[in-house]
Design a binder for this molecule. Structure first.
Ligand SMILES: Cc1cc2nc3c(=O)[nH]c(=O)nc-3n(C[C@H](O)[C@H](O)[C@H](O)COP(=O)(O)OP(=O)(O)OC[C@H]3O[C@@H](n4cnc5c(N)ncnc54)[C@H](O)[C@@H]3O)c2cc1C
Length: 399
């Protein structure tokens, strides 16, 4: 790369000149942009911001230019992120395509598959969802039974996927299917397929979540014909791709606070407003003060650990197994923060809707409920701990 300081200054100047003012504040849930054919932009500014960033390749800055990226080094991408944070710029685009499928395709896809799918992801034209879990195959993912028969020039898929986040908003789904039913090693008979959700025989049924959202679906496949060129990697060799993609998913989950809507105030501001200060200017409740201090120290430690991981990745020495720990620890800490906020707000955090509660208070309650899922989605904490134990050579069961 050229001079990092010059790159940073130029990036900052470009962002300053191009990022609409309305895109420089934390986004609410309704303002997040996932793209895709069904996308309804929350504002003209959000659309313009995405188009400008995509045209520069900055929605996926490290991807090669021919696939919609900007070909930046990870150091440059880090500087770009720093410049965006400085100005408070929103992510112009988020979603499964950017976070998970794109990186997996870059590693395992053919050139044709990359050219077909990556630019559409980078420009926010196609929205993807993930079809891994099934009834009876969540933590024990390799037990999946979604049936895929090889018919020569195409595959025939029958079965069900569950917990498909955003299945009702997505255009395409990446799925793990069983292509070998006789091999006793269950990981051996799995393949990785890309399926257009508009294909005949696909049905997506939304379910309502604890926080009231309906972005979570069951996805059914009934004799769905999938062209052979939609197979990523070799037949029966999908498990390696599945695991690699999970590394990207854990990375995203450990940084989830970067992407999901932020509360309008910091935890310290909530503490001041709802608990109050004593005559010494300290938080009036000793126990909550202790919990707040622990949370702030943990959050700072996590930030430093992630910075170290970023530097290790840049130097090519990152042990990818560390994503297990980041995912488990960051999501558990997010939930501890939610519990703390609830304790600080007291009865003000008991609202679901209505005039008796401010928007800020309702957001705290909804976030508490939403974040319950963080330690389940992307693999439960127990499973991350099991995998960590294995990585450390401790005795344990296969998971
Ligand atoms: C909000 C959310 C979004 C999701 N989005 C998607 C998605 O888009 N696509 C997708 O494919 N999946 C998705 N999932 C599914 C998610 O990956 C699974 O829920 C998760 O892997 C757990 O599987 P399960 O729900 O079947 O629970 P189970 O595997 O049945 O686990 C039940 C409990 O048993 C524990 N347990 C299981 N096995 C072990 C073990 N060996 N050792 C110790 N404890 C164990 C678990 O920790 C858990 O507490 C999502 C889940 C959530 C909550």
């Amino acid at each position: 790369m050229g001079n990092p300081e010059t790159f940073y200054k130029e990036a900052l100047a470009w962002l300053e000149a191009n990022c609409p003012q309305s895109q420089r504040t934390p986004a609410s849930r309704e303002e997040l942009v996932y793209g895709g054919n069904k996308c309804v932009f929350p504002s003209d500014d959000a659309k313009t911001w995405l188009e400008l960033m995509a045209a520069r390749g900055w929605t996926v800055p490290t991807w090669p230019k021919e696939y919609g990226g900007a070909g930046l080094s990870s150091e440059e991408a880090g500087l770009l992120q720093k410049a965006m944070r400085k100005l408070g710029c929103r992510s112009p685009l988020i979603g499964h395509g950017l976070w998970m499928l794109g990186p997996a395709l870059l590693e395992y896809g053919t050139r044709e598959q990359k050219l077909q799918h990556l630019p559409g992801i980078a420009r926010g034209e196609i929205r993807w969802c993930q079809g891994y879990s099934e009834p009876g195959a969540g933590s024990d993912l390799a037990s999946l039974r979604c049936r895929c028969e090889d018919k020569g020039d195409h595959f025939l898929v029958n079965g069900q996927k569950s917990w498909t986040t955003d299945g009702n908003h997505a255009d395409w789904i990446f799925v793990l299917v069983r292509t070998d039913f006789d091999n006793p090693a269950k990981q051996a008979g799995i393949s990785f397929l890309l399926i257009d959700l508009e294909s005949a025989g696909v049905e997506v049924k939304p379910c309502t979540l604890l926080d009231g959202n309906e972005d979570f679906c069951d996805t059914f496949f009934d004799n769905v014909v999938v062209p052979r060129e939609n197979l990523v990697g070799d037949i029966n060799e999908g498990w390696a791709i599945a695991k690699s993609l999970l590394v990207h998913e854990r990375t995203m989950m450990s940084q989830i606070q970067e992407y999901i809507p932020r509360l309008p105030h910091s935890v310290v501001e909530y503490a001041r407003n709802y608990v109050g200060l004593d005559e010494n200017g300290q938080l009036a409740d000793d126990a909550l003060r202790g919990q707040l201090t622990s949370h702030l120290m943990n959050a700072h430690a996590m930030q430093l650990a992630q910075q170290r991981a970023f530097e290790e990745r840049r130097a090519g020495v990152l042990d990818k197994r560390s994503t297990l720990y980041f995912k488990a620890w960051a999501t558990e800490e997010d939930q501890r923060k939610d519990e703390l906020l609830l304790a600080m707000l007291g009865s003000a955090a008991l609202g679901w809707e209505g005039d008796g509660f401010s928007d800020d208070e309702l957001q705290v309650t909804r976030q508490f409920l939403t974040n319950k899922a963080l330690t389940i989605g992307g693999g439960t904490t127990e499973v991350q701990l099991n995998l960590m134990a294995r990585a450390l050579g401790l005795p344990g069961r296969e998971v």
